[in-house]
Write a protein that binds this ligand. Structure first.
Ligand code: HEM
Length: 485
């Protein structure tokens, strides 16, 4: 029972904001978010762009941290959550738990089901081990090598679209929307091996579902919360079913198109997953949904935030262009020379630090965990605040809010962070992101193509308001001024 978990947690001495039945701390969370938006909308001038974003995206955690420290208890409805923004605590705790023994909070499962089903992101225990074993080889460097050409085509199409726009005199446009569409096309091609007319339809439905599920407060953890949001739940369920139908037809086409033993099967993620029939049809659908959503939005956001930061720091555009000329020259982009784009790697890490597309990680303890003399009881929900750790001056120093890719020069994995668990854009432990190598490749391929064609500068119509819609995104899109080189 949540109350037993809470009492055991309290015995450890953890504090937290006072909850009220039946919403827990949701009312205060809502209030602080609404206040932020109101203050923003009522201010006459757009505020200067600041990378100190924790109090903007998570105003409640930022406030509670001040009174209760970096580990405390808060409540979503009648479910207590252990909030964690302390890397040492996280390290000690996660070192005790194997990947397969971690759970995902039951309280979120209902909400996330239409989006991810029982795909790798949500599955637990021995099923997780089986799925992970099937999926990991699909992301091996040998397989990813063949994906580069699948990435180049949609990116070329986007570049052509931008050139056409510029030729009509339009030099300012929303790069977030453009890049998200392109990343959707990439994942549709790479996941399903189709130049997928269905890809656009599915992308539209997934986006509609994301907005339905995460744009409004879902009263997660509140008794009868599902009834309060009944209409939205029904809408999400319906969209979920339509997406499943689309995927089932894609899977059946892929089965027929790439018969057993055909070399073509190897060319897409679905082909790898279908090999050996180790996943049944339902599991394939859920994995495809997980790839489709997890695989395009996060990478697209990493690229979008990068363009903003490069627009603000043109000397980094110049440095990256010089590196591209040195490493790639005028030739084609090959998998083998991507690794030599070192500065681009630093830029990517710095962007993932300042604007981590995955702003938090959630867990549920499926067994009791001991951390020194503290006891985290079985059933404890946890909320790891990645944004807080990535913006913590005690971990990164006084220049924590500055864009300084060179911090990754001598320490390319941790950027000089004082604690190695303080930088976790791809999660932690055995459940770390399975698609991170994919991201490194897509990011470098697309950014190389963009920087060799265009230069970027900030647009006066951009309003800096990072917000959470499951991922960390610019609330009002990302208009930038784009000029041909
Ligand atoms: C910038 C890009 C990306 C970021 C920031 C990111 C972030 C993350 C994070 C933080 C997790 C851990 C979630 C958790 O523990 O609950 C995760 C897991 C996962 N990611 Fe990514 N991801 C990215 C790209 C991708 C791509 C390109 C794919 C697939 C094509 C992908 C597929 C997955 C899957 C399937 C998992 C679940 C892994 C497991 O639980 O075993 N991600 N990702």
């Amino acid at each position: 029972l949540p109350i037993h978990v809470y009492r055991k947690l309290r015995k450890n001495g953890f504090g937290g904001p006072t909850p009220a039945f039946p919403l827990g701390n949701i009312r205060e969370m809502e209030f602080l978010c609404e206040k932020n938006i109101k203050d923003y909308d009522s201010s006459l001038e757009s505020p200067a762009i600041s990378h100190d974003i924790h109090s903007t995206v998570f105003p409640y955690f930022s406030k509670w941290q001040k009174s209760h420290g970096k580990v405390f208890i808060y409540w979503l409805g009648t479910e207590p959550f252990l909030y964690i923004a302390e890397p040492e605590f996280l390290k000690k705790m996660s070192s005790k738990v194997q990947g397969k023994r971690w759970g995902k909070p039951n309280v979120f499962k209902h909400d996330r089901k239409p989006m991810f089903g029982s795909g790798l992101l949500m599955v637990e225990g021995d099923d997780w081990v089986r799925h992970r074993h099937v999926i990991t080889p699909a992301f091996s460097p040998t397989n990813l090598k063949t994906m580069v050409s699948l990435m180049v085509e949609p990116a070329t199409k986007m570049l052509e679209r931008w050139t056409a726009l510029i030729n009509t005199g339009k030099t300012e446009f929303d790069v977030e929307r453009e890049i998200t569409t392109m990343a959707g096309e990439i994942i549709a091609r790479a996941s399903f091996g189709l130049s997928c007319e269905n890809g656009g339809e599915m992308l539209g439905k997934l986006r509609a579902m994301q907005i339905t599920l995460f744009n409004v407060n879902r009263y997660v953890g509140v008794p009868f919360g599902q009834w309060i949001c009944r209409r939205k739940n029904m809408e999400a369920k319906k969209l979920g079913k339509e997406i499943d139908q689309l995927l089932l037809s894609i899977i059946s086409v892929a089965r027929n198109k790439c018969g057993e033993g055909s070399g073509q099967r190897q060319r897409c993620l679905l082909g790898y997953l279908m090999e050996g029939e180790r996943l049944n049809e339902r599991e394939l659908v859920d994995e495809c949904k997980t790839f489709f959503f997890g695989g395009h939005e996060t990478t697209a956001l990493a690229l979008t935030w990068t363009l903003l930061l490069l627009a603000m720091h043109p000397h980094w555009q110049t440095q990256l262009r010089e590196e591209i000329t040195r490493v790639i020259g005028d030739g084609e982009i090959h998998f083998t020379n991507l690794a030599a784009l070192n500065k681009m790697g630093w830029v990517m890490n710095e962007v993932l630090r300042l604007y981590s597309p995955a702003p938090n990680v959630q867990r549920q303890a499926r067994e009791e965990i001991k951390v020194d003399d503290l006891v985290i009881p079985k059933g404890t929900n946890m909320w790891v605040d990645t944004v807080a750790m990535h913006h913590d001056p005690t971990l990164w120093g006084d220049d924590v809010y500055e864009f300084r890719p060179e911090r990754f020069k001598d320490d390319h994995l941790y950027g000089g962070c004082k604690h190695k668990t303080g930088f976790l854009p791809f999660g932690f432990g055995g459940r770390m992101c399975v698609g991170r190598n994919w991201t490194f490749i897509e990011y470098k391929v697309v950014l190389t193509m963009l920087l060799t064609k265009f230069s970027f500068s900030p647009s006066p119509s951009y309003h800096h308001s990072p917000s959470i819609l499951l991922s960390l995104r610019p609330r009002y899109g990302m208009p930038l001024i784009v000029q041909p080189l």
